[in-house]
Design a protein. Sequence first.
Lengths: 143, 143
Amino acid sequence: MTPFERPPVGMNLGRTAKLVAQAFDAALVEAGGTLPVWLTLLSVKSSKQANQRELAGMIGIQGATLTHHLNAMETQGLLTRRRDPVNRRVHLVELTEAGEALFETLRQAALVFDKRLRAGLSDERLKEFADMLALLRANVGGM
Amino acid sequence: MTPFERPPVGMNLGRTAKLVAQAFDAALVEAGGTLPVWLTLLSVKSSKQANQRELAGMIGIQGATLTHHLNAMETQGLLTRRRDPVNRRVHLVELTEAGEALFETLRQAALVFDKRLRAGLSDERLKEFADMLALLRANVGGM
DNA sequence: ATCTAACAGTTAGATATCTAATTATAGCGG
DNA sequence: CCGCTATAATTAGATATCTAACTGTTAGAT
């Protein structure tokens, strides 16, 4: 798989990220959610009264994609959307009790998974890793 | 965005991989391809007479997904599929001249992109980075 | 020789994502 | 006020991916 002098970094990165994401999603499904549902819940929780554009930005998806997830999650009774009375273009998203409960469950699952993922990596190496990821993002123009 | 003691590694990894993949795809589109087309061409080139199951494994996708791409690429005249006379269950995939030409074009684009992505990273740090990715894969059970 | 289990690939249908076009609302310049 | 431009969200349609079910082919057991 390599007509290259050295194995391309991006390929390794992409493959690893895919495997990790799949494993994480499996852990979340186990706990009654999915990766996009978790990210949506997390972004709503982490921002008092954010609008959808901001939420999408936090998650790293487009607004149209978020609309899709919010529709499903609203149908499932995990959250509500209502117009902001101050600016009626904006829809304010809020978790229901069921949404809060699922958030807490998935948060536990995410903590367990993160611990598993970090096994054998010192804080120092984790820091280095984060630095390298930041460098790659910079090299690619993304942030 | 963090009801966590420390920022989860997986989140950072996933976000970075997505940005890098999007930038890479944009570079390939510029050169007349796409990421999945490139990966398919690369896997076919890197394996003398592989069957589709093996190709899919190399790329890291399911067989059904590969079928989809091969259909499109066959229609575009980039490759041909024929039954293996030795084992008629197997379909042998081969690039056409157009496929070979596109492979070479995209290979150049990939080399340029990889160089950009690696900017500012010594071989030593790259090695460390690859090691950490391998550790994450191991922690998650993938390979 | 036939039957059955395994294997390679395709098909069908679901989910997640994107971009472009559309709808509704807001705010500003004249 | 009116109309233009910008903004927030949704809708429509495309692409990439997955899993599960199906089709065809092979090989081994009796």
